[in-house]
Write a protein that binds this ligand. Structure first.
Ligand SMILES: C[S@@+](CC[C@H](N)C(=O)[O-])C[C@H]1O[C@@H](n2cnc3c(N)ncnc32)[C@H](O)[C@@H]1O
Length: 471
């Protein structure tokens, strides 16, 4: 009995360090301990084993212990270990009812290793007009997300707006749609399919029923290639291990094709706080977000990509645009502006050489060479030497300046004032300045007229998204 602490330590230490030979010996020792007469020692050994990469040999030894064991505590430990290392033999044993909810875990593990699961972006789902799709966005950007949806529905009538609430726009498909149709919209932060709403506290049975309901199954079957694995996430509630286990077990009973798996699952079921209850939503786990897959590299203060898309939309369109981002960072605003079309040339300045190289790479990945570019490392105040930025030559200045949060800016007010002055000089009449203003500074003269001002949550702090027109 004195060895139990050592057993645990061996599992931890040799899984993280030690030679291959030492690891093999540790594993062999733990394997032998599965035959120990003391239940506690067997339990500690079986808990330590998965860390060292157990396989069929240990699996068989664990099955032998399970057949002999009369202790519930030991059976529980066995189930936990077999969930991690179990293969086909465990699945067979589990389907005989011996291991309770272990069957679904083992099946999910095997599915993950054997057959890749992929979310199908281009597969269409028909007869889905009952479905509700929720687009979440930073609070303050709702009108821009709605505007994009409106423009889209005029073009192809795929979706209609159902409801707009702070940070969440709900839409419904009018007809057959694919996930690609949803991700053709660029301004939302995340998209999910609403599976249900429950009043009161989360109840495992009700959550499971919503996940295994015909509506959810229809979506999952249509949009998944391979086994359907989902992760369960209680948003803003911390770990809810026991509820997760109950939900997973019940969903598996109701529909054995739906496998709960916290690792690399293509889908996530989110339990979100909603007014007086919870909302159950299904979201594809797309990494990277297909809309912003052009990002080869990032800068530390990179913009939130949907915010850059919102800013580009807010800018509107002019033909033959010349666009300048004075603080271009990784280039997202320039890219999002160029993706909207009508852009002839973009100019990016940043005082960091690394940012300039990254912006250039990202821009090429997103746009190719269809748009002329000029990227220059310099303080934005030194724009005078750049021919494209001569007075009255630019149609759009779009930028996310340093906000003074991460890196303190000695004189942020002066920097914003200088930005206004630079924009007032380089913009042509009717040209626009779109930027995130961290202060309440306004332009000095009258040549920049305020068109739009909206408080936006930038992830825990507020700034104003502003648009000015040069008159
Ligand atoms: C908020 S980040 C811009 C993020 C960018 N929109 C993106 O998509 O990655 C601000 C950038 O301004 C640059 N910067 C700060 N002060 C500057 C200055 N005086 N002149 C030019 N660039 C500056 C920083 O190097 C940083 O890359």
């Amino acid at each position: 009995m004195k060895t139990v602490a050592v057993v645990r330590a061996v599992g931890v230490v040799f899984s993280e360090s030690g030679t291959r030979e030492q690891k093999a010996r540790a594993r062999q020792w733990l394997g032998q301990l599965l035959g120990d007469p003391q239940e506690k020692i067997r339990r500690y050994a079986m808990t330590a084993l998965p860390k060292l990469g157990a396989d069929v040999e240990e699996e068989a030894a664990l099955h032998a212990v399970l057949r002999r064991s009369s202790s519930d505590r030991e059976k529980k430990s066995l189930a936990r270990t077999l969930e991690k290392i179990g293969g086909a033999a465990t699945l067979e044993m589990a389907s005989g009812g011996l291991l309770g909810e272990t069957a679904q875990k083992v099946e999910a593990n095997l599915a993950r290793v054997r057959i890749p699961s992929v979310v199908l972006l281009d597969r269409t789902l028909s007869d889905a007009s009952e479905l509700r799709i929720r687009l979440r966005c930073r609070s303050g950007l709702e009108r821009i997300v709605e505007d994009e949806l409106h423009e889209r529905s005029l073009r192809d009538a795929k979706f209609r707006l159902v409801e707009s609430a702070p940070g969440a726009i709900t839409m419904a498909p009018r007809d057959a749609f694919s996930l690609d149709d949803i991700y053709a919209l660029r301004c939302f932060s995340s998209a999910s399919i609403v599976l249900g709403y429950l009043s009161g506290e989360p109840v495992a049975e009700k959550i499971a029923e919503a996940i295994a309901a015909p509506l959810a199954r229809q979506v999952l079957e249509a949009f998944t290639n391979g086994p359907i694995r989902y992760r369960l996430e209680f948003v803003s509630k911390g770990h809810q291990r026991s509820v997760v286990r109950q939900v997973a077990a019940r969903v598996y009973e109701l529909c054995p094709r739906l496998l709960n798996d916290s690792r690399g699952a293509p889908w996530q079921v989110e339990i979100l706080p909603a007014p007086k209850g919870i909302s159950i939503e299904l979201t594809p786990r797309l990494r990277p977000d297909p809309r912003f897959a052009y990002r080869r590299q990032d800068v530390p203060a990179a913009s939130h990509p949907p915010l850059a898309a919102c800013m580009a939309r807010l800018a509107g369109r002019m033909s033959g645009e010349i666009v300048w981002d004075p603080f271009c960072g990784s280039g997202l605003e320039l890219i999002e502006a160029a993706l909207r079309g009508e852009v002839r040339r973009v100019v990016g300045t940043d005082r960091s050489a690394e940012a300039i190289a990254i912006a250039e790479t990202n821009f090429a990945a997103a746009i190719g060479n269809a748009v002329a570019t000029k990227f220059a490392r310099r303080d934005f105040r030194d724009y005078g030497g750049i021919d494209e930025l001569r007075a009255g030559a630019v149609s759009m200045v779009i930028t996310n300046p340093p906000l003074g949060r991460r890196v303190p800016i000695p004189n942020l007010r002066e920097l914003i004032e200088d930005l206004f002055a630079a924009a007032a000089e380089v913009l042509r009449p009717d040209g626009r300045l779109i930027f995130v203003n961290p202060l309440s500074v306004r332009p000095a003269g009258r040549s920049l007229q305020l068109d739009f001002r909206q408080k936006v949550d930038l992830g825990g702090f507020n700034c104003h998204l502003e648009k000015y027109r040069k008159i």
